[in-house]
Design a protein around this ligand. Sequence first.
Ligand code: BEZ
Ligand code: FE
Length: 290
Amino acid sequence: MAVGEQEKRERAVTDAAVASFDETKDERLREIVQSLTRHLHAFARDVRLTQEEWEAGIGFLTRVGHITDDKRQEFILLSDVLGLSMLTVGINAPAEPRATESTVFGPFFVEGAPEVALGGDISRGAKGMPCWVTGTIRDTAGNPVADARIEVWEADEDGFYDVQYDGDRSAGRGRLRSDGDGGYRFWSVRPAAYPIPTDGPVSELMAATDRSVMRPAHVHFKVDAPGHRTLITHIFAAGDPYLDSDAVFGVKESLIVEFAEHRPGTAPDGRVLDTAWSSVEFDIVLEPLS
Ligand code: BEZ
Ligand code: FE
């Protein structure tokens, strides 16, 4: 068959599929599904997708769905390793350059984590070197943001979140409020580098494509305050060997911070430690909603 005929036949399928959404009343939905259809068809044409490859793709997505439940979100993980999550973060980044940068949300946030008083310990049984975390929350004009809701979560020294262990134990996560000067402080553990979950279809994809599954050591933050844009971010530990090869592309230079290490002794809040401990400071700038 002439090349022109083949091209015409393929184009006709794409045109029909795109046109089938023409009557969608919701304009934004129409824009999204028509663009998605065009790009999916262009992808299939680009790689000359075989029937077997199409079936393998459907099988893969089916397994992603089957392993997903209310504690395990393999679709988010897939979006993360494809860079789609970070692209979406980038597209929606605040226009304001003074605001703290955002990064990927990840699959391990849990609604309703325990409330912890300022200066309290969010580790609650998570293993690791004690770590004193402090900072202030301000707006882009430099005003302190009092009473901001701060949610933090992190993996233990073995690289696992509480939800990855059997049982319902909550550890390494908590919710705090900033004080009247925008200050916050809590004890936790020094974070460790860890692999993204390695027991599902996404990790099979990583293995098949010879990619590293490691994430550099980090602590997650979600900060909400009325009148301000919600911030979802991490702090990353300076010097971590995986900063340049994060499996989910989440690292930003401005989010890399130094975790100091201290000999046993008295911490700034008066706590006496008989083991080495760590400390880190992270000041947060929220963008006011216009
Ligand atoms: C996380 O940092 O918790 C995470 C983010 C993306 C994929 C897997 C884990
Ligand atoms: Fe994480």
